[in-house]
Design a protein around this ligand. Sequence first.
Ligand code: UTP
Length: 226
Amino acid sequence: MEKNIVISLGGSLVSTDSLNIKYIQQFSSVLSKSPQQMKFGIVVGGGMLARTYIRALRDAGVNDNILDEIGINATRMNALALSSFLEDSNSKIPTTVNDAAELSRIYRFTVMGGTEPGHTTDTVAMLLAERIGARVLINATSVDGVYTSDPRKDRSARKLETLDYDSAIKIAISESVGAGPNVFMDLTALNIAKRSGIKVHVVDGRDTELISEIIRGSGKGGSVIS
Ligand code: UTP
C-alpha cells in the first residue's frame, strides 16, 4: 500500500448546479476510512462555479489571465468546502505547491485548488505528487478512463486498462484539438508524470467505491498510466 497519494478531484464532481454536498460527504467518508498511516494531497477543480464565471466574463471581453485568476478562486472555494468535511485537514487553502508540501507534514489531508494562470488543477496535483514524493496519483474525473479515440464520436473506441506515458500523451494531444471539458488529463500533467514515473489512475470520480479500492491498492477499473 502507498503511504502518500495525491488525488486530482475534478471540479465537475463537487460544483454542479450548486455545491454537491452529497458527493463531498461521500468522498470525504472514503478518505476518512482509509488506512490511518496514509496521507493525501487533494487538489480540487473549479467545476460549474468556475465555468459560469469564466463564460460570463469572457463574453464581456475580459482577458484570459484574469479569467484564469477567476477560475483559481473558484477552485479554492471548492477546496475550502471539501476541507471543512475532513478531520485533520488544513482550513487555510495554500496558494503554492511549496506551501501545500509544508502543510502535508502537519495534516493527514492537505487540500488545495489552483496556483497560477496558465494550467489546470491536474498539473497542480501532479506537481504536488512530485514534490511530496507520491508514487500514485488518482485522477477522479468525469470520464471513466482513457479511450483509443473519443467514444462520443467513434463507435469503435476502446477503453485501455493500461497504457504507457507516451501513448497517453499522444491520445491527449489528439483529444485536445477542439477539446471540450472531457479530456482525461491535462498534457502538462502527463509530461510531469512521465519524467517522475508517477503512476496515474484515471477513474470516474462518481465511483467512490473504486477510489476506495485503489487507495487500498486493489482497485480494478478505469485506466492506469505508467
Ligand atoms: P480546472 O480546469 O482545473 O477545474 O480549473 P475543473 O473544474 O476540474 O476542470 P474540468 O472539469 O476538468 O474541465 C478551473 C479553471 O481555473 C483556472 C483555469 O482557467 C481552469 O480552466 N486555473 C486552475 C488556473 O488558471 N490555474 C490553476 O492552477 C488552476
